[in-house]
Design a protein around this ligand. Structure first.
Ligand code: FNR
Length: 377
């Protein structure tokens, strides 16, 4: 199919992936209201068109924690990325590096830290979940540090999993999920080559490195189900702060009070996020939550945002509302599933082109120049 816009990749991914995987990526929690609003609310923000401003030289470069980003974009953490394309984390990380932006590895990746970090020439970011098994967390942090990771993204909006009803329908979760999943995987021609090369179940790199044995999806789901920790509070994060000397970003902030608490805690950044509408349905979209959070903490730490960002115009809107940069989730995963590394590279190029046009027609010459003045709200 012809790919001409970022949104084409969703359809391309739908055609390529077995349904249970496409819906795992595409779906959200409960009635998916927040998932839909995430996308709609960015798009409903009107930009002010400005003309005759001599826009010959534009810069999209930005600095975050001593790192230069060619675009104010980071590939965010997405679990099981290596299931959507062969060695998917490596392909996505290479695409990000080739376009001068960071890649964030999820705790629950198919490729282990030690495979991805040396494959690229810039430090990757690493995302960690709060888990009951603190030994796993410490092991992951030590391995990330040894592999040259500097920036840690600590996800706090999953003390308990949100119900994703699409997964129950597709066979991704629920009774006998593993059996159904493997049957689908083995029988789907586009997929069989990767998921279980001649019947070998996928191995989850970071989890199996810790458990010391190959970890298929069934083991992983069992391990994770027993590992959510609803008791977590700010004081539990202190040992990570003490252990991690690089930048620490708290992901999953949706309220100005929590953003203030992140400042008091000593976080270097936050990600304003509702986990792409995959956790608590009915909460504010990121576009709605961001302005009050920016008013509360702008300048005291870096403000990143994700959830519903689907094109270059959304990135411009997010930065104009107060973000320093954005994380992509589904947008890059669809492209990865559709066409691997080349798909993600093309997606980032499309985002860049859209951002340049938006800048030219709003009068913003740099990332710092994107302010609320650009918005007709
Ligand atoms: C995620 N997300 C996520 N976040 C995280 O901190 N660790 C993880 O392992 C995952 N895994 C994951 C899997 C899938 C399939 C998706 C779609 C998302 C959330 C992700 O980092 C990000 O917050 C959202 O994807 C942003 O929303 P959009 O842009 O996808 O709408």
């Amino acid at each position: 199919m012809i790919i001409s816009s970022p949104s084409d990749y969703r359809e391309a991914a739908r055609r390529k992936l077995p349904p249970f995987l496409f819906h795992y990526i595409d779906g959200g929690a409960y009635a998916e209201q927040t998932l839909r609003r995430n996308v709609e609310d960015w798009q409903s923000i009107a930009l002010r068109q400005r003309v005759l401003q001599d826009m010959t030289s534009l810069s999209l470069e930005t600095k975050l924690f001593d790192e230069t980003l060619r675009l104010p974009i980071i590939l965010g953490p997405v679990g099981l990325t290596g299931m959507y394309a062969r060695r998917g984390e490596v392909q996505a990380a290479k695409a990000a590096a080739s376009r001068g932006v960071p890649f964030t590895m999820s705790t629950v990746s198919v490729c282990p830290i030690e495979e991805v970090a040396p494959a690229i020439d810039r430090p990757m970011w690493f995302q960690l979940y709060v888990l009951r098994d603190r030994g796993f967390m410490k092991n992951a942090l030590e391995r990330a540090r040894a592999a040259g990771v500097k920036t840690l993204v600590f996800t706090v909006d999953m003390p308990t999993p949100g119900a994703r009803y699409r997964d129950a329908h597709s066979g991704m979760s629920g009774p006998n999920a593993e059996i159904r999943r493997m049957v689908q995987a083995m029988t789907h021609p586009a997929w069989a080559w990767d998921v279980g090369v001649r019947g070998t179940p996928h191995d989850l790199g970071n989890v199996s490195a810790y458990l010391g044995k190959p970890t298929g999806l069934a083991d992983y789901i069992g391990w994770l189900a027993n590992n959510f920790d609803p008791s977590i509070s700010w004081k539990d994060l202190q040992w990570i702060r003490d252990f991690w000397d690089g930048p620490m970003i708290i992901k999953g902030i949706l309220d100005p009070q929590d953003a203030r608490d992140a400042v008091s805690f000593g976080a270097d950044g936050i990600v304003v996020s509702n986990h792409g509408g995959r956790q608590l349905d009915g909460v504010l979209s990121s576009a709605c939550a961001l302005p009050a959070i920016a008013d509360a903490v702008k300048g005291e730490l870096k403000i990143l945002v994700d959830s519903g960002i689907r094109n270059g115009l959304d990135v411009v809107r997010a930065i104009a509302l107060g973000a320093d940069a954005v994380l992509l989730g589904r947008a890059f995963i669809y492209a990865l599933a559709a066409n691997g590394q080349a798909g993600v590279e093309n997606l980032l190029d499309l985002f860049e082109k859209e951002m340049r046009v938006a800048m030219t027609l709003t009068g913003a010459k740099s990332v710092a120049g994107m302010t609320r003045e650009m918005l007709a709200i």
